[in-house]
Design a protein around this ligand. Sequence first.
Ligand SMILES: [Zn+2]
Length: 284
Amino acid sequence: MAMKWRIGEVTVTKIVELEVTGGSRFILPQATPDAILPIGWLQPDFADERGRLRMSIHALVVETPTRRIVVDTCLGNDKENRRIPTWNKLQTSFLADLAAAGYPRETIDTVVCTHLHVDHVGWNTMLMDDRWVPTFPNGRYLMGRIEFEHWTTQHEREDMAAVLADSVTPVCDAGLVDLVETGHRICEEISLVPTLGHTPGHVSVRITSRGEEALITGDFMHHPCQIARPEWSSTADSDPAEAAHTRQHVLTRLADTSILVIGTHFAGRTAGRVVRDGEAFRLE
Ligand SMILES: [Zn+2]
């Protein structure tokens, strides 16, 4: 059964592509077992008893009374030339799981990429007869204008060129992409919020309905350990200082409110509320 949350009239459903324990030091080098074990609340959902991080790659389906939105499209099947060896030629049951949760791909009307990194655009496309075709043919794909311009005019890493070629260009060529600003409102309940630093045009997704509120993080935080240690930036952050500033700022705003925080890479229970904890915060 897929994990679900309700925010007023909106439902958010988690569709998991991959969940891994350990091996994430490359992304958060400061999160050593010795640094993680003292943050007791991370266990068992977000770290194991040896202090190794648990991380997840999942999509979040946001259903409002009028829209069916997929936020971030994971890695995708059959992709090649990925920097992380295990992210190549995946064969997961993601699309079957999406359909089993009640969301066949043809019924999705909106796709949101919080940013254009490899693990957020993969299922934008799927391989059919040796061609990359849009996975969600009836959807508008919303990509940040700043984000899009950044990656299409300069991609310093070779693997980013592969990502653009198989997961971004085909949906552009199909005429399905709308470039939007970082504060874009999608519908009454859903809007984008700029959370810059991880990438130049990175956004989170704000949900409000009937007095309730939630925030889908995207990658302004990769792991809940950054709630306890907001100063820990990830190696994938394009501007580590700005990313740390964004975390501190957003966590301060979220702390001790009823806003549900739903993590884009948070494993286990994936969501919770931020509360103050000494100098920093924790997820309850
Ligand atoms: Zn990511």
